[in-house]
Design a protein around this ligand. Structure first.
Ligand code: 13P
Ligand code: SF4
Length: 366
C-alpha cells in the first residue's frame, strides 16, 4: 500500500476521543438517514459494540448468502474480515460498493496460502498425480485462490457445508487439494470415511508433500495452513475438563485440530454451535472451543445453562477485533459525506473466476 493510501486507512484521532454513547448515537442517526441504501453484515465473531448495529448476523455461509441476495443496498459495510468483504464484493452487483471499516482486519489463515505458492503446488502435484485432482478452498482464502479454484473446476466450502462439498468433489475427481485449512480439510474428510493414511500434507514453505506411504493411496492433499485462534484449543484442555468436570459437554469448531475434534462431543460452524446451545436443556453444562467474542455472547444469552470456554485463557481473533465502534462510525461517516474509503474491490477477472467457485458452492447449499 502506498504511504498516502496507508495514511487514508488509519483511523483519525477524533474517533478515539469520542464517548461511546456519542458514537452509538451517530451510527444510529446515519443508519436512519441512509435507510435501505446501507447494509451492515456482521460475523458472529464481531464485538458486541459492533454487532448491535448489524443488519444481518451470521456465519461465513450465511453472510455470503445474504450478500448475494441483497440488491438494494448501494453501500455494504462489512463487519468481518478481509476475505469476507471480498466475497461480498464478488457476489454483489457493480452498482454496490463494499467497505471494510479497518483494512488491517485480515485473517492469518487466509494469509497462509498465496496464489504463487498455489500455482507452484498445483504444478508439482500434477507431476505426481496427473489430472486426478480437484481443488476445494475454504472461503477463508484470498479472491485469487478462489479464482484459481474456479478455473480448475473446483469450489469454495465453508464450515457449514464442507462435508457435502467434499462428497461432491469426490464425484468429480478421485483426489482433492484442500486449501488453506488443513484441520477443516482433515476433519471433514475423516468424517466421510477417508482414513488419515490416505491424507497427505502440502507444505507451501518447502514446496514438498509430507507423506510417508504409497502415493497411489493419497486421496486428500491438505494445505499446511491453520487458524491461529482455534489451534489454541488443545487435547490438554479437554483432558483437564474430562477429569474435573465429567458432566460437561464439549463442542468445538472444525478449525480445531483433528485430535481435539475427535475428543470433543460435537463440532460444527459458528451457527451450528449457536444452534446446539440454543437447543440444549436448561441446567446443562457446556465448554465451547471457538472465538471469544462469540463465546462471551453465548454465555450472556444463556443464563439457564453453564457455559465456559474450552480454553480458560479465552482466545480472541485479533483481526476480527480490529473492527470496533470507532472504525464502524468512521466508515459510515465517510460514506455519508460522499467520500470513498476502505473500499474492497476485487479486479473483474479475478472476481469472475472466483464467482464460479462461490456459485458452485451456493448452488449445492440450502
Ligand atoms: P464460520 O462462522 O463459517 O463457522 O467460520 C468461522 C471463522 O473462522 C470465520 O473466520
Ligand atoms: Fe481467520 Fe481464525 Fe480469525 Fe477466523 S478466527 S478470521 S480463521 S484467524
Amino acid at each position: 500500500m502506498a504511504l498516502t493510501e496507508l495514511v487514508k486507512a488509519i483511523l483519525p484521532d477524533r474517533y478515539r476521543q469520542m464517548a461511546q454513547e456519542d458514537m452509538e448515537a451517530r451510527v444510529r442517526e446515519i443508519k436512519k438517514e441512509m435507510g435501505k441504501s446501507l447494509f451492515i453484515p456482521g460475523h458472529h465473531y464481531q464485538k458486541d459494540e459492533v454487532i448491535q448495529f448489524a443488519d444481518a448476523v451470521g456465519d461465513s455461509l450465511q453472510l455470503a448468502q445474504v450478500s448475494a441476495a441483497n440488491r438494494e443496498a448501494e453501500h455494504i459495510v462489512f463487519c468481518g474480515v478481509h476475505f469476507m468483504a471480498e466475497t461480498a464484493d464478488i457476489l454483489t452487483s457493480e452498482k454496490q460498493t463494499v467497505y471494510l471499516p479497518d483494512m488491517r482486519a485480515g485473517c492469518s489463515m487466509a494469509d497462509m496460502a498465496d496464489i504463487y505458492q498455489t500455482e507452484r503446488a498445483w504444478t508439482a502435484l500434477q507431476a505426481l498425480f496427473g489430472d486426478t485432482m480437484i481443488p476445494l478452498t475454504y472461503v477463508n482464502s484470498t479472491a485469487a485462490i478462489k479464482a484459481f479454484t474456479g478455473r480448475h473446476g473446483g469450489s469454495c466450502v465453508t464450515s457449514s457445508n464442507a462435508r457435502s462439498m467434499v462428497e461432491w468433489a469426490f464425484t468429480e475427481k478421485p483426489r482433492i487439494l484442500f486449501l488453506p485449512d488443513q484441520h477443516l480439510g482433515r476433519n471433514t474428510a475423516f468424517d466421510i470415511g477417508v482414513p488419515l493414511e490416505e491424507m497427505a500434507v502440502w507444505n507451501p514453505i518447502t514446496d514438498t508433500l509430507e507423506y510417508e506411504g504409497d502415493m497411489e493411496k493419497v486421496r486428500v492433499i491438505l494445505w499446511k495452513g491453520h487458524c491461529s485462534v482455534h489451534e489454541n484449543f488443545t487435547v490438554a484442555n479437554i483432558e483437564e475438563l474430562r477429569r474435573t468436570r465429567p458432566d460437561i459437554k464439549i463442542i468445538v469448531h472444525p478449525e480445531c485440530r483433528r485430535e481435539v475434534v475427535g475428543l470433543a462431543d460435537d463440532n460444527g460452524s459458528t451457527k451450528y454451535i449457536i444452534d446446539a446451545i440454543e437447543r440444549a436443556e436448561p441446567g446443562t453444562a457446556w465448554a465451547i472451543g471457538t472465538e471469544m467474542n462469540l463465546v462471551k455472547r453465548i454465555i450472556a444469552q444463556h443464563s439457564d445453562k453453564e457455559i465456559i470456554s474450552l480454553n480458560p485463557n479465552m482466545c480472541p481473533c485479533l483481526t476480527m477485533n480490529r473492527i470496533d465502534l470507532p472504525h464502524l462510525l468512521w466508515s459510515l461517516e465517510t460514506i455519508a459525506e460522499g467520500k470513498s474509503g476502505n473500499v474492497i474491490q476485487v479486479d473483474s477477472r479475478t472476481a469472475q473466476e472466483a464467482k464460479w467457485s462461490l456459485d458452485r458452492m451456493l448452488a449445492r447449499t440450502n
